[in-house]
Write a protein of this length. Sequence first.
Lengths: 62, 148
Amino acid sequence: MPVKYFGEPATGFGVSVNGQPIGNISKEGLCIDPVVLMNRVNPSADDLRDIASKIDEVVGRK
Amino acid sequence: MVEFPSFVEGFDVVVNGKRVGSITTGGVFTVLAEMNVTISPAHLRSIARKTEDVQGVPTSNQYEKSIGRYELEVLGYLTWLQPFSQFFGGDFFTTEKMPVIQHALKPADYDQLLLWRLQLRAVERVLNLSDDEVLQIRAGCLRRAGAQ
């Protein structure tokens, strides 16, 4: 799975896609950091759904 | 709210008024947020659906591709100029002074055009190009493409 989560519930989770950091999970959703233009991140549709599910899990919707 | 305004190469992805990336005609979502923005799970799923919807859409026609090739050359040139921008006067980008470096940049693939377009925006900011200069450059691209 190219999506990885790092950190822990107490400090929050960071998200990387294919090894590229993309942002952090907050209560509201995926907080994207401004990405350096050359540092392209291409999450697939499945990656996006995976992140959405992780957010739901973190905020207790599941 | 998530919106997908279209442009030549595909669709921008705009979440609550902030642009977070683009989906090219090949169905590739590229994250290119220029400021902090948060995307809700529902919006992430909307972007996922849009990415899949766009897959399979025919690539742009030859006319658009010819624009893309020339833009790559021009944008590559502008990017190359970026470190030297402080030495240029305001009239540097007039047509007669703007040499085109043919084949200075080899277009990698169609998706690459998006990246160069974004880099142009960065260059425009660094060089503090006026709206007229930006329009002049882009009109030049269109004229060249139409002449081919």
